[in-house]
Design a binder for this molecule. Structure first.
Ligand SMILES: *[C@@H]1O[C@H](CO)[C@@H](O)[C@H](O)[C@H]1NC(C)=O
Length: 313
């Protein structure tokens, strides 16, 4: 890019390092936070790992819904592993520098995996919609080929836009400071450090957020409105309760994840404060991946049965 040629002038991007402040404003809590996030990371790996294993090995769970669930757990493991290990190293060693390349790589993975998460949650809502609203057509609509295609599409369709966006963001020049007041390389803390015109980029971020966050969210909303109106018409109370229990767990994950992501990425840049950004992003990077397996398994009889079997062996 052009800026490589104009080093003598401004020393603009010659600093090839950022500093990730993390939770530096509470120095007395560093070891506590280290312990806390370490435990959270272990719970997330163990919980999602267990779901991944049982959806693969348990014959009773060989259905599209559990294939999506297993793949979602796998995604959550990847997603937390992009932010938490780095954060633990920062907290444990108190060395907070991160190279520009590492920072860009981290952002790129977060955006790509975040888009995958949005799409996969939408696919899972659609799956429930077909199963509950068109049960007779379900085996036809959700055949092996279709559900594999839906998952593959969820994984790859975010890649070109998100890689492009990351590339655009990191070709800005950073002259204000190199201190990122956040615990990972997210968009808004990085944009704060850029100098010159950032309006175009902010607009691109906004469009991407609408595309990858709001659209799946609307799809999920529509699916659930249809599901709920169908369920309310079911004759027996037990079948209503069963349909609601499979959907309510999914809906809990959706509200937690999309709620925090929408507030973070669709708010105007000016209204961002570092403290609220940190707390909000903890929800979609750390809290949802940890609670996802708990929410699903505690509310799902098939998963609990499979767990019992696994532990009994
Ligand atoms: C989830 O789906 C993606 C895309 O098809 C695939 O690469 C990955 O291996 C799957 N993971 C699991 C655990 O099924």
């Amino acid at each position: 890019m052009k800026h490589q040629g104009k080093h003598p002038g401004g020393n603009l991007t010659s600093r090839m390092e950022f500093v990730l402040l993390g939770f530096a404003e509470v120095p007395q809590l560093q070891w506590f936070l280290f312990g806390l996030f370490f435990v959270i990371y272990m719970i997330t790996l163990l919980g999602n790992g267990t779901i991944l294993v049982i959806t693969k090995v348990e014959p009773a769970l060989q259905m599209p819904m559990y294939f999506f669930l297993g793949n979602f757990s796998f995604l959550e493991i990847c997603y937390v592993s992009v932010t938490l290990p780095r954060m633990l190293v920062n907290l444990g060693t108190q060395r907070r520098t991160i190279s520009l390349v590492a920072c860009a790589t981290q952002m790129c993975f977060i955006l790509v995996l975040g888009a995958t998460e949005c799409f996969l949650l939408a696919v899972m809502a659609y799956d429930r919609y077909v199963a509950i609203c068109n049960p007779l057509q379900y085996p036809l609509v959700m055949n092996h080929k279709v559900y594999i295609q839906l998952v593959v599409a969820s994984w790859i369709s975010g890649i070109p836009v998100q890689v492009g966006l990351t590339f655009q963001i990191f070709s800005l020049s950073f002259c204000a400071s190199n201190v990122i007041n956040h615990f990972f390389c997210d968009i808004s803390p990085i944009l704060k450090l850029a100098c010159g015109e950032t309006f175009t980029i902010e607009l691109m971020v906004y469009v991407a957020a609408v595309l990858f966050v709001s659209d799946p969210f609307l799809l999920i909303l529509i699916s659930y409105i249809k599901i709920i109106s169908t369920v309310l018409k079911l004759p027996s109370a037990t079948s209503r309760a069963k349909a609601f229990s499979t959907c309510s767990s999914h809906l809990t994950v959706v509200v937690l994840f999309f709620g925090s992501a929408i507030i973070t990425y669709l708010r105007p840049e000016a209204s961002h404060s570092a403290a609220t950004d940190k707390v909000l992003s903890l929800f979609y990077t750390v809290v949802t991946p940890m609670f996802n397996p708990i929410i699903y398994s505690l509310r799902n009889k098939d998963v609990i049965m499979a767990l019992r079997k696994l532990l009994g062996k």
